[in-house]
Design a protein around this ligand. Structure first.
Ligand SMILES: NC(=O)c1ccc[n+]([C@@H]2O[C@H](COP(=O)([O-])OP(=O)(O)OC[C@H]3O[C@@H](n4cnc5c(N)ncnc54)[C@H](OP(=O)(O)O)[C@@H]3O)[C@@H](O)[C@H]2O)c1
Length: 271
């Protein structure tokens, strides 16, 4: 049976035994620098019981995450920091990893992901990540945007199965085949873009369901991910919305509405 988060504190045990929170803050487009948007969002999220932070080399805000964690008042060991490498191959990956470690300055990375298979040299990059893990610099190794054939490539090379696959998941992007493959192979499914980047919030079906439960369309989308058993990481730079997005655990979407949401959306996709 698929584990579903029941609170902000819910955790899943990954295939390497590491415990990972199932709900967190997405960090793409959270501005680094003068506005301190990224730092403020992380401090606010952590002080309101978010325990998972999802950054990346590519987002340019790893240093903000590191600073915010230190200022948050919550022990580093109680937080779970995810970052990602876009570069491929051993040499480039090591360089980026060292830069990320320096920027985060948190002693270790909880989960390090290959950001995309499209960078190439997947086997070599993955072996490099496993090496960081064996040295205790990262706790878990995962991938992002991987399809079945990418996993099969790692398997054919005799490598252990990644712990996590982070893929786009929301009612408009259900990716049933890869979700099924991950579940059958012990790979935790982590959904990115749970609010579809804010682009579907005016959808009428979603609006009706939100009204019925007296919730916002964003909350319905996030709750959908929670009910599907995905690890989920909505992003917001807005402090009120960071609270709103986490308010998805003491109510649920009825089975019929889960179906309506999905079937209506699928029909819309194919007309
Ligand atoms: N691995 C990958 O390739 C990959 C790709 C994309 C994303 N990601 C990860 O997944 C995270 C989430 O994805 P995402 O940031 O692309 O999109 P998202 O979380 O689906 O949506 C974020 C958008 O929705 C808005 N929003 C958030 N809460 C809202 C609310 N309650 N009401 C109305 N609007 C709301 C945000 O604006 P405000 O900030 O103004 O609230 C922002 O424009 C990323 O931040 C990143 O960590 C990973």
């Amino acid at each position: 049976m698929t584990l579903k988060a029941t609170s902000l504190a819910s955790k899943v045990v990954l295939n390497d035994g590491v415990e990972m929170p199932m709900f967190g803050l997405g960090m793409n487009l959270l501005e680094s620098g003068q506005s301190k948007a990224a730092e403020k969002a992380v401090i606010h999220a952590v002080q309101n019981n978010y325990r998972l932070l999802d950054t990346a080399q590519f987002y340019g805000n790893e240093a903000d995450v590191g600073r915010a964690v230190k200022k948050s008042g919550v022990d580093r060991k109680d937080l779970f920091v995810v970052t990602k490498v876009w570069e491929n191959g051993a040499a480039r990956c090591k360089k980026v990893f060292n830069e990320s470690m320096k920027k985060l300055d948190l002693g270790y990375i909880d989960l390090y992901l290959i950001h995309s298979p499209s960078a190439g040299k997947n086997v070599e990059t993955y072996k490099t990540l496993l090496d960081f893990k064996s040295k205790g610099l990262i706790r878990s190794v995962g991938v992002s945007n991987y399809g079945i054939h990418h996993f099969e490539g790692l398997k054919d090379a005799g490598l252990p199965t990644p712990s996590v696959n982070q893929i786009e998941l929301h009612p408009w992007q259900q990716k049933r085949d890869i979700v099924k493959y991950c579940r059958e192979n012990g790979i935790a499914v982590m959904g990115h873009c749970p609010i579809a980047k804010g682009q579907k919030l005016k959808d009428p079906t979603l609006g009706k369901i939100a009204q019925k439960y007296n919730k916002t369309p964003a909350q319905v989308m996030i709750r959908w991910s929670v009910q599907k058993g995905f690890i989920t990481i909505p992003k917001s730079a807005n402090l009120d919305r960071i609270i709103e997005n986490a308010d998805v655990f003491d109510w649920s979407i009825g089975e019929e509405d889960m179906t309506t949401l999905v079937s209506t959306i699928i029909v819309v996709l194919y007309v």
